[in-house]
Design a protein around this ligand. Structure first.
Ligand code: PLP
Length: 304
């Protein structure tokens, strides 16, 4: 992996270095691809994929919103993901399925082009690194999050990530780790590739999907953990200023898992550290993905 191993492309395994497509691939020019980010964790029963069905369903929904007719069913894709892990013989990995309009006819209309799919795996341990027990430093981006008047934001489409990439560049060039994005109404939406939660008076608060936030699978997992632990939660709009005086703020995502924020626009949150509730959630999340809590075993697809 990470430069070696096999990548699944339209039903065939190809060597990492041969996993190539034509420069005139439609998706490359017009942003017409949809993808997923999934994780496989090592458990006592071998590698297990976390919430595979939910990810494949979201991918299929993303395809639908982009008028893609896939030659593979959801089951075919789920099986192919399992097979890609088996063939690469890894214990844990990040999984990147992508469906895209391919090479054929240039022009904005993607429909004349074949829809292809591929699945690659790699180690992704270094999402955003912070010192042990320290929170990330972030800014609120000056780039507004695009919303569903422009693009279907519940589709996990590459096009959305041009907006994310500009915000991430803004954060990095400002000397911090990540950016929080506001929608056109000025309400908090999410990070560049993560959902967001604040904690106030021991209650978790996360913006509704109508804010434009992705229907994150880690977000839904955190809400289930809150229910399991008896932590109150609310789904409601969060204004920018509410971020600054929250007791804790953290981001969630498949790649990020649960990542605390220690500073926003130079205002310190939770003493700059990982907060008490985030610590509890992280611990349960870790146990769930590693198959240590039976109640949540339904979310694991064992590879072997
Ligand atoms: C924009 C955006 N929001 C939220 C998330 C978190 O989603 P999930 O928890 O399903 O990975 C992601 C990651 O995929 C994302 O790219």
């Amino acid at each position: 992996m990470n430069g070696k191993g096999k990548i699944w492309m339209d039903g065939k395994f190809v060597e990492w270095n041969n996993a190539k497509i034509h420069i005139l691939t439609h998706a490359m020019h017009y942003g017409t691809a949809v993808f997923e980010g999934i994780r496989c964790y090592d458990t006592k029963n071998g590698p297990a994929i976390f919430r595979l069905e939910d990810h494949v369903r979201r991918l299929a929904n993303s395809c639908k919103m982009y008028h893609m007719t896939l030659q593979f069913s959801e089951k075919d894709l789920a099986d192919a993901i399992v097979e890609t892990i088996r063939i690469n013989n890894v214990k844990h990995c990040y999984i990147r399925p992508i469906c895209y309009y391919g090479y054929g006819k240039m022009g904005v209309n993607p429909l004349p082009n074949k829809v292809s799919a591929s699945i690659a795996l790699w180690d992704w341990e270094d999402h955003i690194k912070t010192e042990e027990n320290k929170g990330m430093r972030v800014i609120v981006s000056s780039w507004a999050r695009i919303d569903s008047r422009s693009l279907p934001m519940h589709a996990k489409a590459t096009a959305n990530y041009a907006n994310s990439a500009l915000a991430r560049i803004e954060a990095i060039s400002s000397g911090v780790d990540e950016a929080i994005m506001l929608n056109i109404s000025g309400m908090v939406v999410e990070g560049t590739a993560e959902n967001i939660f604040i904690v106030r008076d021991n209650t978790l608060i996360t913006p509704p999907l109508t804010s434009g936030a992705l229907d994150g699978i880690t977000r839904s997992t955190v809400l289930s953990i809150a229910e399991h632990m008896g932590i109150n939660f609310q789904i409601c709009d969060i204004s920018r200023d509410e971020l600054y005086y929250a007791d804790e703020v953290f981001l969630t995502g498949t790649a990020a898992e649960i990542k605390s924020i220690g500073e926003i626009d130079k205002i310190v949150i939770a003493n700059g550290e990982v907060g008490k509730i985030a610590t509890q959630l992280k611990s349960i999340y870790h146990q769930i993905v590693h198959g240590d809590i039976e109640k949540f075993d339904k979310w694991l697809t064992y590879v072997n």
